[in-house]
Design a protein around this ligand. Structure first.
Ligand code: EPZ
Length: 427
């Protein structure tokens, strides 16, 4: 198993180009199933990350032709020939649940295994299934699979109990070929939802309202191919900004949409960091880090749950107290134990983490408990005294392209090692 070895204390400087958003790429790759034309769908700005390769394998197992190179994906779905997602691949990638909508819309049947929980919570899918039933799907369980079938989906009024990102995306994709018009109320408003709408419309769909709580989908006969460039990854951008801030450096993230990070920029500024905005960039200029009274994660446009753990690493370095409330996921504090091993002082009470900042972080052997927690441990290692070993970095490589390489270019002392190599003291 690979791990990162980091010698803390270097001040990061320079600029990093951010690639396409993982959480746009995944639903848009699924939506490519809806194109029945024998012409390639071409997706640009696609990051070279593990989740892309996993999703590519799943789509190939369904009969799509998929190739990747130079941050570009080419997909041809004219010969989709399977409606069952392989269990092993489904277990690997729970977000495959939003393959249900496009497969059901295209083939009239889909079989998936329950995606199961993960380290950030039980990850229920009730909103997905209720929405698909509203569209006319019959859903039942069979030998551990969830099976959905339909003689033809019909437009419906759907009210989501919670603005679930995945459920909104799944139902948008299910509805684009349905007979009639569908309304999704209390829809998620993330930028990735707008990106999915724009991609679906580029293929010939008729979707309006993404980015608001009411999305309207008018069903059409069929969808064709298109060339589409996905939006930049706001979570990767925020992670690099925090890497600059935690080391007291001066760092610019480029090729982004600054407005996607408004809530994040506001909180980093509240923590004492100076931030300058360009047309397609954001720069952190070092400041004296101070605690923030309350950081509450919320659906967009609130502070994103995916940056909660990197922000916690930053606040562990700040002078004074901070309170972090995780209101989106049930159990997204697994990184607290790991940070406390590095001399952070964090207590958890339910969905609230209370930080006593200011103590110097000490290098230690820690693990990535999920994608974003792993990124948080790397950030802590950049600022810690001594050597930090971050294990289970496969989690990190699911969502960050060349994370160690980019950090090294910014001045970090980080190397990617394989287990079994002797660890020399010092790096
Ligand atoms: C998406 O997950 C993202 N993943 C997550 O990013 C992100 O943290 C999350 O949205 C919130 O922004 C992808 O886009 C691939 P949700 P998703 O459905 O769709 C509850 C990362 O690190 N819920 O909005 O699974 C659920 O339990 C990942 O990149 C139900 O109760 O998130 C949770 O508490 C992690 N029933 C809340 O809604 C349902 O049927 C938010 O979940 C569905 C969700």
């Amino acid at each position: 198993m690979a791990y990162f070895m980091i010698k803390g204390g270097n001040v990061l400087a320079g600029s990093v180009k951010v690639k396409g958003a993982k959480n746009s790429m995944l639903p848009i790759m699924a939506a490519a199933i809806l194109s029945s034309e024998n012409r390639e769908v071409v997706l640009e700005n696609i990051p070279d990350i593990l989740d892309m390769h996993m999703k590519k394998s799943i789509l190939q197992s369904l009969g799509l032709k998929v190739s990747y190179g130079e941050n570009t994906l080419c997909l041809n779905a004219c010969e989709v020939n399977s409606h069952t997602i392989p269990t092993a691949l489904m277990r690997e990638m729970r977000s495959s649940i939003f393959l249900m909508g496009p497969i059901l819309a295209r083939l009239g049947k889909v079989r998936v295994t329950y995606p199961g929980g993960c380290s950030i919570g039980p990850r229920p899918i009730d909103l997905h299934l209720k929405g698909l039933e509203a569209l006319g799907a019959n859903i039942w369980e069979e030998k551990g699979y969830i099976v959905a079938s339909t003689s033809g989906l019909k437009g419906a009024e759907i009210h989501l109990d919670y603005p679930s990102v995945g459920a909104t995306e799944n139902l948008m994709m299910a509805a684009v070929l349905a007979h009639g018009t569908t309304f999704i109320h209390n829809a998620a408003k993330e930028p990735e939802i707008i990106d999915l709408q724009n991609f679906l419309n580029a293929m010939g769909a008729n979707v309006r309202g993404a980015g608001t709580e009411n999305v309207r989908i008018r069903g059409v006969e069929a969808l064709g191919s298109c060339r589409y460039r996905i939006i930049p990854d706001r979570i990767v951008a925020g992670t690099y900004l925090m890497a600059g801030a935690i080391t007291g450096g001066r760092l610019t993230v480029r090729d982004i949409i600054p407005s996607h990070l408004d809530a994040v920029v506001a909180k980093i500024k509240e923590a004492g960091v100076v931030i300058e905005a360009g047309e397609d960039s954001l720069s952190v200029i070092n400041g004296r880090l101070k605690g923030v009274e309350t950081l509450r994660t919320l659906p967009y446009p609130g502070f994103p749950t995916d940056l909660q753990s990197p922000m916690m690493a930053l606040l562990a370095r700040a002078e004074g107290r901070s309170n972090i409330i995780e209101s989106v996921f049930e159990a997204r504090f697994k990184h607290v134990k790991e940070l406390n091993r590095m001399n952070a002082c964090i207590a958890v009470d339910g969905r609230t983490a209370m930080l006593e900042g200011g103590a110097a972080l000490q290098g230690a052997e820690v693990s990535a408990t999920d994608l974003r927690a792993g990124a948080a441990m790397v950030l802590a290692g950049l600022a810690a005294q001594g050597i930090t070993i971050v294990r289970e970095i496969r989690h990190i490589e699911r969502g960050y392209e060349n994370f160690d390489v980019e950090l090294k270019k910014l001045g970090a002392d980080i190397i990617r090692c394989e287990e079994g190599l002797s660890i020399k003291s010092g790096v």
